[in-house]
Design a protein around this ligand. Structure first.
Ligand code: HEC
Ligand code: HEC
Length: 397
């Protein structure tokens, strides 16, 4: 297929997949809409969601529940909660400890470290572009982000609270939190409850998470028509991704995922096998199947796979090339690929071209703060240096 045809195809898939979820439709206010070449924007309850180039806020995958529209006060509160270790039993772990903004909102550790230094058995995935994904976790056991958000808080090896009540009590001890919850969930609101409650805690965190996105990668600019945005090697890799390497059968559309579960032999051949989706669905064939993850920011989110067993993108491509790890339930879509050394290199180059601009609510403010802190540090260092030089000068005199 010619590249232009492929680009047009991808676009038409994106455009035809408009607004099938009722909740998403309800939120598509008259202010939405994307002109070719423009970054998509969505206004919900007065809150403007700006998505970087390449993401489609009108896709059927876009999901914000009807009872949790995005509002400024809510995502602001969600952001504070996301970064606050007060959510953990001993005040040492926040969501950001395991989903690190500077690391593509993933965890560079093989297994994340929770309270009291404990570790689990699954690799922490990136949480970018969650607004395009309904079921959460590698096995999809949380139906929504709202449901997911409470999971780590009471998980004994993550944030370690015996129940949500103790967390709510802790939050209520801080008058500024009470005030913020009241503002985010006012009594007059159509929302069913106000104040510091379990539901509202989950709603605020989920709201903030929906603002964490990645797009505007060299690939997106390439698709928009800037043929110099990707290297020739990456462009060849893109063709392989669509054809010989067969990646696009599962990593489809603008977020590079079919949101479905497949067995690639990851974790299933371990001494203590991870049955993945089967533990949730109990469906024959779901043994060792995991959710197809997005490939955006992939160069920044190593190690790879639900068990973190592959360290580099080269290792991932080799793994697929040899037909993954054969087992009883291996996906029929997985076959040895017979890629040449150069083709493997091209494919890796393409994957690297999927890292772009990561945005989240309040990012600019965060960066300004960081800069001024660095500036102050720098200033202090310069002052100390001057003082030291002065002292040295004084000694010389
Ligand atoms: C101790 C580390 C740790 C902490 C703390 C933590 N997470 Fe996670 N997170 C993980 C791991 C590991 C997984 C994968 C678990 C699984 O799939 O079974 C995960 C999965 C997720 C997912 C699913 C992503 C996807 O693609 O399906 C989301 C969303 C998420 N976490 C958000 C949060 C939020 C919000 C918080 C804070 C309330 C949080 N996490 C705290 C380690 C952590
Ligand atoms: C049968 C569907 C399917 C095909 C085909 C497929 N993938 Fe995947 N991919 C998945 C699933 C499912 C996972 C997660 C598996 C796990 O962790 O257990 C995954 C994981 C990955 C990861 C690691 C992501 C992370 O965050 O850890 C990368 C990178 C990746 N795939 C790239 C590719 C490339 C490149 C190709 C083509 C050579 C490809 N995939 C073909 C379904 C597929």
């Amino acid at each position: 297929m010619k590249r232009a045809v492929v680009a047009a195809l991808i676009k038409s898939v994106i455009i035809t997949a408009v607004c099938t979820a009722a909740a998403a439709c309800a939120l598509l206010s008259p202010d939405t809409g994307k002109e070719a070449g423009e970054n998509p924007t969505l206004i919900t309850a007065g809150f403007r969601l700006n998505a970087p180039l390449g993401l489609n806020l009108e896709s059927a995958a876009f999901y914000v529940p009807e009872d949790n529209p995005l509002t400024e006060e809510k995502v602001k509160l969600g952001k504070r909660l996301y970064f606050d270790p007060v959510l953990s039993i001993d005040g040492t772990v926040s969501c950001a400890s395991c989903h690190v903004p500077e690391k593509g909102f993933a965890d560079p550790n093989l297994f994340s470290i929770g309270v009291r230094g404990q570790t689990g058995t699954r690799q922490a995935p990136t949480i970018i572009n969650r607004v395009f994904s309904r079921a959460q976790f590698w096995d999809g056991r949380a139906a929504t982000l709202e449901e997911q958000a409470l999971g780590p808080i009471t998980n004994p090896i993550e944030m370690g609270n015996p129940d949500i009540k103790v967390v709510l009590e802790r939050l209520k001890k801080d008058p500024s939190y009470i005030e913020q919850f009241d503002r985010a969930f006012p009594r007059s609101d159509a929302v069913d409850e106000s104040g510091v409650t379990e539901k509202n805690l989950a709603r605020a965190i989920a709201g903030f998470e929906r603002t964490i996105m990645s797009g505007n990668s060299p690939f997106d600019r390439f698709i928009e028509g800037d043929k110099s945005a990707m290297s020739e090697s990456a462009a060849r890799g893109y063709q392989l991704y669509l054809s010989k390497a067969n990646c696009a059968t599962c990593h489809v559309s603008f977020n590079f995922t079919d949101e479905a579960y497949h067995n690639l032999g990851v974790g299933i051949t371990a001494r203590k096998p991870d049955l993945g989706r089967f533990t949730v669905s109990k469906l024959e064939g779901h043994q060792g199947a995991f959710k197809t993850p997005t490939l955006r920011e992939i160069a920044n989110t190593a190690p790879y796979m639900s068990d973190g067993s592959l360290k580099t993108l080269e290792e991932v491509v080799d793994y697929y090339d040899r037909g993954a790890a054969p087992n009883r339930w291996l996906s029929p879509k997985i076959k040895p690929l017979g890629l040449t050394v150069e083709e493997k290199r091209d494919l890796v180059e393409f994957l690297k071209a999927l890292s772009g601009e990561v945005v989240w609510y309040g990012k600019e403010e965060d960066e300004k703060k960081k800069k001024s802190e660095e500036g102050q540090e720098g200033g202090k260092r310069a002052e100390a240096q001057e003082a030291a030089q002065g002292a040295a000068g004084a000694r010389l005199l």
